[in-house]
Design a protein around this ligand. Structure first.
Ligand code: F0G
Length: 528
């Protein structure tokens, strides 16, 4: 049935127009390995080399035969997809395999509990909610202690064994009355008012500049790009962003945001006022290799300092491995390459093997709040189909003593060398090649002062990377994209089965781009 409305574009028509503007609004009809097939004007299938890899969700490629076979098996066997509130042995097996990997790579023997989700942003939000639940319990315990102290202090003052000294009243900026009981009442009222004001303030997140952690209501506040984040800032708690090249800024931000609750206790015959540190930071969330921000690996020094400050604050350190994890870096966790020791880890993208949509948040047992399981849930999370496919994915990744990780490192090095060769040939066009394993970025120099008006306008509008993508698709049958936050950087995240011929095709494509930009041939770039 073709509805008349189907003739009209109703599903994100604006996005389609934007893609059409640079020749990227093509339809793919078949996918296999690193290849997507599109139909040309004559209805013939044209293979396109897919270097985008589903935003990094295809470490094993499109329709890996073992994953497809497993999916068919599960459906044929009528394995329950939805049986919420029952035992989920497969989810448990996924968690067990992930624990083996955590223990091997992250230098801990502690168990990590698993909370499943359906998408990356959802896994981040589960992490953030859990961290906030934990913080709120700590704040409540502190509040209860302060209330108990206040009662004991009141009894001491009423019984005449202690009095509020002038310096305490002065510190609280209240006048000193003659009557000691009135002095206590004023001090207590002021302490309670100030504490209430502190407790009403929302928590903060710490995250590096350039971060991307999703676009839902909470996670978008952990995403640095202002255009994604700022319009929605009233909806959720805010982040403090740390410059990547200045790990020392972490402790400065922590100092600047320090808050406390006031506590009245008795020492000898005097009422004493103390400041009790309030846990302000809900979580420090970071990507070991920033993806959407334009492929920026974090340094060992940065994560060491993050760990140190988190320990001092009692704040959980969350490694968002949604894009960098699952083997792409040459290890299962990219964080393991820089000595990251996280309290929470999030995974999504490749976990579903390119077929299922699944995600997970892992939480260190010593920080885990089991009651959270009764507070947080989702209809689709932890379903039978996706968790069993995730198990197959993990088995494929872990097979042959980590052959996939070694291959990601080897293929990545080879791809990188090919891109570096292009940069060496065109240093005035290609600014930098960076990344780790099969998570690479190629950044072009800014072209906003180009002599070609077309190129200049594209660059000024932030569309140069998309125009390059359109050119590569049209002329070299290579599918590649810049990221929303780094418009001059093209991101390469192919599967581990990348062949030498595919690497040559990509490098040749980039040479073509460099020739066009070198010649300032704007018309050729946009296919006019
Ligand atoms: N965290 C990281 C590190 C991500 O790269 C992404 C998504 C998310 C969280 C959110 O996951 O889309 O499943 O909700 N990154 C994509 C990108 C969109 O372009 O890199 P999601």
């Amino acid at each position: 049935m073709t509805s008349s409305a189907a003739q009209q574009d109703l599903a994100e028509p604006h996005l389609r127009q934007v893609l059409a503007g640079v020749g990227l609004d093509v339809e793919y009809v078949r996918a296999e390995g690193n290849t997507l097939h599109r139909l040309d004007e004559n209805g013939r299938s044209v293979p396109v080399l897919d270097m985008m890899g589903g935003f990094g969700s295809l470490i094993l490629g499109h329709h890996h035969p073992r994953i497809v076979a497993r999916a068919k098996e599960l459906l044929d066997a009528r394995v329950p997809v939805h049986a919420q509130f029952s035992r989920h042995p497969y989810a448990n097996e996924v968690a067990a395999v992930l624990n083996d990997i955590v223990h091997r790579e992250l230098g801990t023997t502690e168990p990590y509990h698993a909370i499943f989700a359906n998408s990356g942003a959802e896994a981040v939000e589960a992490a953030v909610k859990h961290a906030e639940f934990d913080r709120v319990q700590k704040v409540s315990a502190l509040e209860a202690e302060i209330v108990a102290h206040l009662e004991r202090t009141w009894e001491a003052v009423r019984g005449g064994t202690a009095r509020v000294p002038g310096d305490v009243l002065a510190a609280l900026e209240v006048d000193a009355p003659a009557d000691p009981l009135a002095g206590f009442d004023r001090a207590a009222a002021e302490v309670q008012a100030r504490n209430a004001a502190e407790l009403a303030r929302p928590p903060l997140f710490l995250t590096p500049e350039g971060s991307f952690h999703g676009k839902l209501v909470g996670s978008v506040q952990l995403t640095h790009n202002e255009s994604f984040r700022v319009p929605f800032r009233s909806l959720a708690a805010q982040s403090r962003f740390v410059p990547l090249d200045d790990p020392g800024a972490i402790v400065k931000i922590a100092e600047r945001e320090r808050r406390h609750l006031l506590d009245l206790t008795v020492t000898g015959d005097r009422v004493v006022l103390t400041e009790r540190p309030l846990p302000v930071f809900c979580a420090f969330v970071l990507e070991p290799i920033q993806g959407e921000g334009g492929i920026h690996p974090l340094t060992a020094e940065f994560v060491r300092e993050a760990r140190r400050v988190c320990d001092a604050l009692g704040c959980p350190l969350v490694a968002d491995e949604i894009q960098s994890g699952m083997g792409r870096s040459g290890a299962f966790f990219a964080g393991s390459l820089i000595g990251l020791r996280p309290d929470y880890v999030t995974l999504a993208k490749s976990l579903g093997g390119g077929i299922a949509k699944t995600a997970v948040t892992l939480i260190r047992a010593s920080r885990y709040r089991p009651e959270f399981e009764l507070l947080h849930s989702s209809t689709f999370a932890k379903d039978g189909f996706s968790t069993q496919l995730a198990l197959t994915v993990l088995q494929l990744l872990e097979a042959d003593d980590g052959a996939v990780y070694r291959r990601a490192a080897e293929r990545g090095a080879r791809l990188r060398a090919a891109l570096e060769a292009v940069r060496t040939e065109y240093p005035e066009i290609v600014r930098e090649v960076r990344g780790t394993g099969l998570m690479l970025g190629l950044e072009f120099h800014d072209q906003s002062a180009a002599t070609s008006a077309e190129i200049r306008e594209l660059a000024t509008a932030g569309f140069l990377g998309y125009a390059v993508a359109g050119y590569l698709l049209r002329e070299h049958r290579v599918r590649i994209f810049p990221t929303g936050s780094a418009v001059n950087t093209l991101r390469l995240e192919p599967s581990v089965d990348l062949t030498d011929a595919e690497i040559d095709q990509v490098a040749e494509g980039f040479r073509g781009v460099c020739r066009v930009l070198h010649a300032q041939d704007g018309r050729r770039l946009v296919g006019a």
